[in-house]
Design a protein around this ligand. Structure first.
Ligand code: GLN
Length: 314
C-alpha cells in the first residue's frame, strides 16, 4: 500500500494533538518521586518514516526519562550479541499478562525466569547478560546502542537516576529473586544499577520515534543510515512488543491500535508500523497499568486514521 502523503501525516498528528490535549484522565507516576514533579500538561507527538522523514506536533522536543522504553532496545542489542536462543532460554519470550514489576510472573513460570524481556525482571536479566568484562564496558555498550538507535547522543538524567536508586526496593527484590534462581549473568547489584541507569536516560518524542523507525526499517536507522541491528532481531523485538509492550493491558492495546508498541512510566509510548514508520507520543499522566493516557489515544487515532492498523485488510 502507498505511504500516506506528507500532508495527511502532518494533519493526522496535528488533529490527534488538538483532540487529546484537553484529556484530563490519568496521573503522573509517583512511586519514582521525580516523575510526580513533571508538568502533566506536556504532550508531544513525532512520526519518523523509513525514508527518514520527520513530522512533529506539540512538545516533541521536550526531554523525558525513557524508563521501560529502554527495554526493547537493550534486548535487541543482547540478541545481536548472544543470539536469540539465549534470550529464549534465559528469559523466555511469552506474554506474562502481569504488571511490569510483577514477582508472581517469576514464580509462576516453571524455570523461575523472568518470562519476558519487556518486564522489569526480564530487562534486569537482559542487562546482566550483555557480554562485558566490567560494568563500565557494559554501560558503554548499552548507552552506545541507544545513541545508534536515536541517531544522536542521549544522556542520563542524574536527578531521575538518584530518585530511582533511592526508591527501587521492588526492583531490588526482583533482582535478589532472579539471583537466587541463578538466571542473572552478573551480580545483582550491578545488573540493577545499570538497569536503573538505562531507565534514567532522557529522550524526546522525536528521538524516540527515530529509535522506533530503526525497528520499522529492519534495523537500519533511517536518519543516519547506520545498520544498528539485523532484520531478524528487529522482527523478533517487534513481536515481543506486540505481546507484552503495554504490560497487562497489551491485549486491549493491540485490539484498539493494531500495532506493536512499548510504553514507559515517564509517559512515553512508541508504536511501530513495520516497513513504514514509527510514531512516538509523550504525556506524563498514566492509567493504572502505567501507560500514558494521551499517548495511547493519540497513537491509536493516528495509526487508524492513516489506515495502518496491521489487522485491517485494507
Ligand atoms: N524504571 C521503572 C521501574 O523499574 C520502569 C518501569 C516502567 O517504565 N514501566 O519501575
Amino acid at each position: 500500500e502507498a505511504m500516506p502523503s506528507e500532508t495527511d501525516i502532518q494533519q493526522a498528528l496535528q488533529k490527534a494533538h488538538t483532540q487529546f490535549k484537553g484529556t484530563k484522565e490519568g496521573k503522573n507516576a509517583d512511586y519514582i518521586p521525580y516523575l510526580a514533579t513533571v508538568d502533566p500538561n506536556l504532550f508531544g507527538l513525532a512520526l519518523v518514516t523509513v525514508d527518514g522523514k520527520i513530522y512533529t506536533a506539540g512538545d516533541a522536543a521536550s526531554p523525558f526519562p525513557i524508563e521501560s522504553l529502554s527495554k526493547p532496545f537493550t534486548l535487541a542489542r543482547l540478541m545481536e550479541e548472544v543470539g536469540a536462543k539465549k534470550v529464549e532460554d534465559k528469559i523466555g519470550v511469552d506474554a506474562t499478562g502481569q504488571p511490569f514489576n510483577s514477582i508472581v510472573a517469576i514464580e509462576m513460570n516453571e524455570d523461575h525466569r523472568a518470562g519476558n524481556p519487556l518486564v522489569n525482571a526480564g530487562a534486569i536479566t537482559s542487562v546482566s547478560l550483555i557480554p562485558a568484562k566490567t560494568p563500565d564496558e557494559r554501560w558503554k555498550k548499552i548507552s552506545g546502542n541507544f545513541n545508534s538507535f536515536a541517531g544522536e547522543p542521549l544522556s542520563v538524567n542524574e536527578e531521575v537516576y538518584k530518585s530511582e536508586t533511592a526508591t527501587n526496593t521492588r526492583n531490588q527484590s526482583i533482582s535478589a529473586l532472579l539471583e537466587s534462581y541463578k538466571v542473572l549473568g552478573s551480580p545483582r547489584e550491578q545488573a540493577l544499577d545499570l538497569y536503573t541507569r538505562q531507565c534514567s536516560v532522557n529522550v524526546t518524542a522525536r528521538q524516540l520515534a527515530t529509535m522506533g523507525a530503526t525497528l520499522a526499517n529492519g534495523g537500519i536507522n533511517p536518519v543516519t543510515g547506520e545498520r544498528v541491528i539485523s532484520p531478524d532481531t528487529a522482527r523478533r523485538t517487534l513481536a515481543l512488543m506486540a505481546t507484552n509492550g503495554l504490560y497487562e493491558n497489551t491485549g486491549e492495546w493491540l485490539y484498539q491500535a493494531g500495532v506493536p508498541a512499548k510504553s514507559g512510566v515517564g509517559g512515553g509510548i512508541v508504536a511501530v508500523v513495520p516497513g513504514r514508520y514509527a510514531i512516538a507520543a509523550f504525556s506524563p499522566p498514566l492509567d493504572k497499568a502505567g501507560n500514558s493516557v494521551r499517548a495511547q489515544r493519540a497513537i491509536t487515532h493516528v495509526v487508524n486514521s492513516l489506515g495502518d492498523n496491521l489487522y485491517a485488510a485494507t
